[in-house]
Each structure stands twice: as structure tokens, then as C-alpha cells.
Design a protein around this ligand. Sequence first.
Ligand code: G3P
Ligand code: CA
Length: 245
Amino acid sequence: MDSLHRVAHRGYSAIAPENTLPALTAGVLAGATFIEFDVRTTADGVPVVIHDRTVDRTTDGSGKVWELTLDEISGLDAGTWFSPAYAGIGVPQLTEVLDLLGPHDAELLLEIKPPATLEQVKNILGQVADAGLLGRTVVQSFDPAIVRLAGEVAPDVRRGLLRDGFDADQVEIAQELGISYCNPRMSSVLGSPGTVAALAGVGVSVMPWTANDAALWPGLVDAGVAGLITDHTGELTGWANSLVA
Ligand code: G3P
Ligand code: CA
């Protein structure tokens, strides 16, 4: 078996507030081979790293990300909701995340959340290119239109399609989109290992989310996944190392 990718979902989000610089750093330190994070664009056109459509759940503010300016988002506390130990930690700009991850070996699994326009996708991938990280990045989205835009903007960048469940014609869709990864909900892999094999047959790797239950990791590996996207990076690194020891 090729070595298993260990993907830190929103950083090492079991121990630090998701999608913040401490969580991303912790993912690197815990041995992730990919750091996953979510990108949205502010009202004034700046890519920031945050999961939800609104800032309500993960900050002390409220409102939709695309209706708030960078100044407004920069003033928010994105740490206290998780623990007072992280009080004052902010929502990072994409450029800050690229600066942080650049010197490390881990690859970037950059999810572009919808809605995203062509200009926004260009701007996001332009920042990745400026940081010299396009070759170490996989761009993924649940929205096939965004996956397609990413391919138009940066034809050489590896791309992934996120799914809740595999589509009936998943292999054909993957080939049409030209993706390298098709990443579904974990239950889809366990329920449809044949699709994992069929995708592998056309060069498409599968990394399911969110694989937090360690009891399910052996079955997922047996199903042929290339990696596991988890909140529990440290535990996954320990387990994966035990497989090759
Ligand atoms: O990378 C997989 C995973 O991040 C997709 O779901 O909602 O956590 O962005 P979500
Ligand atoms: Ca994500």
C-alpha cells in the first residue's frame, strides 16, 4: 500500500480553533501530509480562511462573510468560542496561511467555498501562485463549476471534487472534470468500495471526510482510500505510523 495521506481537517481542529493559524500550525506539527482549509472572499475582495457562510459560529461577530469587509473581519475573535486559551486569535487571510505553510513540507488541500466568481477564483489561485505553492496545492470544492473555473485559471493545478455521496456516474464526472481527487463523506466509501476502485482505475484518488472514528480507519484503508481527512491529526499519524512499523 502507498503511504496513507493524513489530512488535517481545518487544521488540527480537535485541539485548536478550526481554520486559524494555531490549528494549521498544529496540523503540521502533528505530522499531517495535507493541511485542509476553507477559503471565502470578503466584501472588498480579500480571500480569508473560514468555513461557514457567516462568521456567527466561529467568531464573536455576525453576518455573511461576503457582506463584511476585511477590516470588519480582521477585528473579530475567532478563538474564544473554542477555548479562552485562544482569545484574540483572528480569522486569517489566505496570504497569512500561505506564508505559514510555505516553509513546511505538507501539501495544501485548499477548499473554495461557494459562492465564488471567476475573479475570486483567479485572485485566490493568484495568491497561491505568488507564494510559489501551486505545485504543492490541491484545489477542491463541492461545486463542480468552481472546480472547472480553477482548471481554467490554473490548468496545471491538481483539483478535487467534494461530494456528500458518490454520484451514480462518478467516474465519468471525474474524467470530464479532469480531477485528481474525489473526496466524499466517509459513509459513501464504506458503502461503495467499488467506486473507490473504479476511480483509482482512472487515476483519481479518494480521501473521505470526516474520519474521526478510529475504529473505522482500517475499513476505509481496506476500501482503498489514498488518505483520511480528520480532525484528529495526531492520532491518525500515530496509527498510520504503526501500519508501516
Ligand atoms: O475536505 C473535506 C471537508 O472539508 C468537506 O466538508 O464542510 O468540512 O468543508 P467541510
Ligand atoms: Ca473544508
